[in-house]
Design a protein. Structure first.
Lengths: 264, 278
C-alpha cells in the first residue's frame, strides 16, 4: 500500500479499560476509498478500538496517524493541524444513537451541525451556505420532508438516514460505523446498506465499520480485520473470513450458530 | 387591593426602583440565557445545590469579618469545580451527590451562623433576597456578567448544541468538550453567586429553570428555544418587578409567580406536540 494513499494508520495500539487490556498491539492501515470491516466476537474490543481511534477513549500505547501525522497527542503545530483535519474529515455513526426527545432540535438543525467547523462563530454565521448544504444532504438521503421534524419523532430508519445526511453535509474522507444498522429490521438494514453504498460511491468515502454480519462484509467490504483483543488476521474477506480464523476468533462453540451467518 | 397609580408612577422615577427594574431585567435575561443550556444538560439541580450551598460562603465571610459579597463569588466558583470533580470521580448518582454537598454546606453554614448573633436578622435577605436593595456596583457586575454570558454562549452556541445532543459527536467534531463543560459550570456559579443577593438562595434556581421550560413547551427548534428562553426570562422579571411595586408585594417571589404563570400558559396552550412536530 502506497504511504501517500494512506488515510489512517494505526501502529501497535493498546487500550486499557480499568485493569483489563481491551485491545492489544493492533496495527493496520486504511487507504483512501477502501471499505474496511472489523469483525470479532462480543467483548473482542471492536468498539473500544474504534473509540480509541476517534479519540473518545484514551490509548496507553501505540500511535494513530491521519495522513501520516500523529493524532490525539498534538504537541507541534503540524500535529494540531492534523487533528483539525481529522475532526473535519471523519464522521461516526454509533451503534445506538439515543435521542433525548426533550431536547428541542429539528432534523435540519442536526444536519446543519454537521456542516459547522470547530471554533468560535456567531450562531447565524454562514447560515445561507449551511441551509443550502443541509437541503442538498437531506435531498440525497431522500429525507427533505423531515427537515422541520423534531428528532424525537423519527423512526429508527428515518434517524439512520438523517445521520447519514449529517455525515455527508460536508466533504469527509472517513466514515466510522459501529454496527450502524443495529435496531433496524431486515428490510431497513438492506435499505441502509443500499443507501450507504450509493453515498460511498458518490462521496468517495473510506469506511471503517464494525459488523457482525459476515455475509454483508463478504459482499461489500474490501478488507477485513478480525480481532479478539489482539489482531488475529487482516486482509481480503475471502482470506480473513476463513473457517480457521473464525474458529480462532469466535471459538468452536460459536461455530455454526445462525448469528455468525457464516458460509463455507 | 387598591392601586395607587400616582404613587406608582412616582415610585418608578426613584433611583432605587430604576436600579431594581434594570437589575431584574438583566438577571431575568441572564437566567433565561444560561438556563436554556442548564436545563437541557440536566444541571438545574446543580444550580439549586450551588444556591443552597452559597449560604456557607456567606457565613464564612461573616466569620472572617469580610463582606459576604467578597467571599460568595470565589466560594461559588470553587464549589462549582469541586462538585464537578466529585461528580466525575465518585461513581454515585448526581442528584444524591449534590444532595450530600448542599445538605452538608447548609448544616455547616447554620452552625457557623449560630456563632454570629448579630447576623440572624439578615439571614432572611439571603434566603429570599431583595431586588429593591440592589446597589449600582451590583447592577454593573450583573450587566458585565450578562455580556460575558452572551459572548461566551453566543460564540459557542452551535458547538454547545452538538454537545447537548451527543457528547461523542461533539468530541469527534473537535469541540473541546471538557473546556465547555467547565465554562458552563463556572458561568452557572457566577450567575448564582451574583443573583443571590437579589432573589435569595431559595428562589435562584427558578430564574434558571422556569423560563427555559416554558420556552421548551413553545418550541421544538433549538435556535428558537434559546431566544425564547432569554425573552421570557427578561419579560417575566420585568413584569414581576413592576407588579411587585404596583401591588406592594415582595419582588423576588412575584417574579417567580409571573414566570410560573407564563409556564402555565404554555402548558395549556392549545397546541398538540405531535402536530407541532409534523
Amino acid at each position: 500500500m502506497q504511504s501517500e494513499n494512506l488515510l489512517l494508520s494505526v501502529e501497535g495500539l493498546s487500550v486499557r479499560r480499568g485493569n483489563m487490556t481491551a485491545v492489544q498491539d493492533v496495527s493496520f492501515s486504511l487507504a483512501a476509498g477502501v471499505d474496511m470491516a472489523i469483525v470479532g466476537p462480543n467483548g473482542a474490543g471492536k468498539s473500544t478500538l474504534v473509540q480509541a481511534i476517534l479519540g473518545l477513549l484514551p490509548h496507553h500505547q501505540g500511535e494513530i496517524k491521519w495522513f501520516g501525522q500523529r493524532l490525539h497527542a498534538p504537541s507541534s503545530s503540524s500535529q494540531q493541524r492534523a487533528a483539525r483535519l481529522f475532526h473535519q474529515g471523519v464522521a461516526y455513526l454509533p451503534q445506538n444513537f439515543l435521542v433525548d426527545a426533550r431536547i428541542p432540535m429539528t432534523v435540519g438543525e442536526l444536519v446543519g451541525l454537521g456542516w459547522d467547523r470547530a471554533g468560535l462563530q456567531l450562531p447565524w454565521q454562514g447560515w445561507r451556505d449551511r441551509r443550502r448544504a443541509v437541503h442538498q444532504a437531506l435531498d440525497r438521503v431522500e429525507a427533505s420532508h423531515l427537515s422541520r421534524q423534531s428528532l424525537g419523532s423519527l423512526s429508527g430508519g428515518e434517524l439512520k438516514r438523517v445521520l447519514l445526511a449529517y455525515c455527508l453535509v460536508r466533504p469527509r474522507q472517513l466514515l466510522v460505523l459501529d454496527e450502524a444498522p443495529a435496531g433496524l429490521d431486515f428490510s431497513g438494514e438492506a435499505e441502509f446498506y443500499q443507501l450507504l453504498g450509493k453515498l460511498k460511491r458518490e462521496q468517495g468515502w473510506s469506511i471503517l465499520q464494525i459488523s457482525h454480519d459476515l455475509d454483508m462484509v463478504r459482499e461489500n467490504c474490501d478488507c477485513v480485520l478480525c480481532i479478539n483483543r489482539r489482531l488475529l488476521k487482516q486482509g481480503a474477506p475471502t482470506d480473513v473470513l476463513h473457517p480457521d480464523t473464525l474458529y480462532e476468533a469466535y471459538g468452536y462453540e460459536a461455530y455454526g450458530q445462525p448469528q455468525l451467518r457464516w458460509r463455507a | 387591593m387598591s392601586i395607587d397609580w400616582p404613587n406608582f408612577w412616582a415610585l418608578l422615577q426613584l433611583p432605587f426602583m430604576q436600579r431594581a427594574i434594570w437589575g431584574s431585567l438583566i438577571l431575568g435575561t441572564t437566567g433565561g440565557l444560561l438556563g436554556s443550556l442548564v436545563v437541557l444538560r440536566q444541571l438545574s439541580f446543580f444550580g439549586d445545590a450551588l444556591g443552597h450551598s452559597a449560604l456557607l460562603g456567606i457565613s464564612l465571610g461573616l466569620l472572617l469579618g469580610l463582606s459576604p459579597q467578597w467571599t460568595l463569588l470565589p466560594f461559588s466558583l470553587l464549589l462549582g469545580l469541586v462538585i464537578m470533580v466529585l461528580l466525575s470521580r465518585a461513581k454515585l448518582w448526581p442528584d444524591a451527590m449534590l444532595n450530600i454537598v448542599y445538605s452538608t454546606s447548609l448544616a455547616l453554614a447554620v452552625i457557623i451562623l449560630s456563632f454570629i448573633d448579630q447576623y440572624k436578622g439578615g439571614l432572611s435577605n439571603f434566603l429570599f433576597g431583595d431586588i429593591l436593595a440592589i446597589q449600582p456596583s451590583q447592577l454593573y457586575a450583573n450587566a458585565l456578567l450578562l455580556v460575558v454570558c452572551l459572548g461566551a454562549l453566543g460564540l459557542t452556541l452551535r458547538q454547545q448544541m452538538l454537545l447537548t445532543l451527543n457528547r461523542a459527536f461533539a468530541q469527534i467534531q473537535g469541540v473541546p468538550v471538557e473546556r465547555y463543560q467547565i465554562m458552563t459550570v463556572m458561568l452557572l456559579s457566577l450567575v448564582v453567586a451574583l443573583s443571590i443577593q437579589m432573589i435569595g438562595v431559595l428562589l435562584v434556581s427558578a430564574f434558571l429553570v422556569i423560563p427555559p421550560c416554558t420556552a421548551r413547551l413553545l418550541s421544538d427548534r433549538f435556535t428558537l428555544y434559546v431566544p425564547l428562553s432569554i425573552g421570557l426570562g427578561g419579560a417575566s422579571a420585568l413584569i414581576g418587578v413592576l407588579l411587585s411595586a404596583l401591588l406592594d408585594l415582595p419582588s423576588g417571589p412575584t417574579i417567580v409567580l409571573v414566570q410560573f404563570m407564563a409556564f402555565l400558559g404554555a402548558m395549556v396552550l392549545p397546541r398538540s406536540r405531535s402536530s407541532a412536530r409534523a
